[in-house]
Design a protein around this ligand. Sequence first.
Ligand code: SAH
Length: 260
Amino acid sequence: MGTVWFVGAGPGDPDLLTVKGRRLIESAGAILYAGSLVDQAATLYASEGCAVRDSKDMTLEEISAWLIAHAAHGDVVRLQTGDPGLYGALVEMGRALDAAGVEWSVVPGVSSAMASAAAACETLTLPEVTQTVILTRVAGRTPMPPGEDLEALASHHCTLCIYLSITLLHEVQRALRAAGWAEDAPIVVVQKASWPGEEKIVRGTLADIKRRCQDEKIGSQAMIIASPAIGARHWETVARSKLYDPEFSHRFRRAKKDAA
Ligand code: SAH
């Protein structure tokens, strides 16, 4: 009996797989991957004779049955976009494996929020500006639990990484306005972050981001980042991080007495 490994494939670029994830793909007897976003990693690194299947036309029951059947012969990889713990139905599949007595483990992946910030050379936290990141979505066919509507979350005025919502940009705009965000608040949208030759970065404001995304024909596979830290690279000044401040001691470095 093998183990089922839920492996985070990262945002698309196969180079953003973890070393552990890649090793597991190379040695797996069977790989079930989640749609076109991750097929490259699966097909690039799978060994000869490995059963490789796309799950895009399968139900949860069919997916679980496939994983259980192949685990009888050895290790299986369930390859998911980004990190498996974010909007990945991890626990639904895991519970089916538990019920069948199949061992499972999780290998984290680079989530698209991190990949999108990296693509745009943006920081998600900045001293004295925001020290909090909320990973969320707006309600689509999946409703939001009480207290988690975007308007309530946006009232913190921290960084918001909004998944699964690019077709609902009007709703994002409404919620941010209702929470008091300014019309010129910066927003960046990244489509297909890390995909060589296909990544698109659209910068705008609360007022114009929807129009800019329409102009660029961005209607899927995109991350919306709304944050008071966006664009800080080009500000005249930013508050210094304590970590590298010469006057600040920490575990690994003593403050310099005469620091300028
Ligand atoms: N587990 C994934 C998220 C799956 S939900 C993760 O951790 O990233 C699918 C949503 O993720 C998409 O609607 C989009 O908002 C975002 N997404 C996935 N891949 C992306 C990419 N390469 N670039 C931008 N957004 C992406």
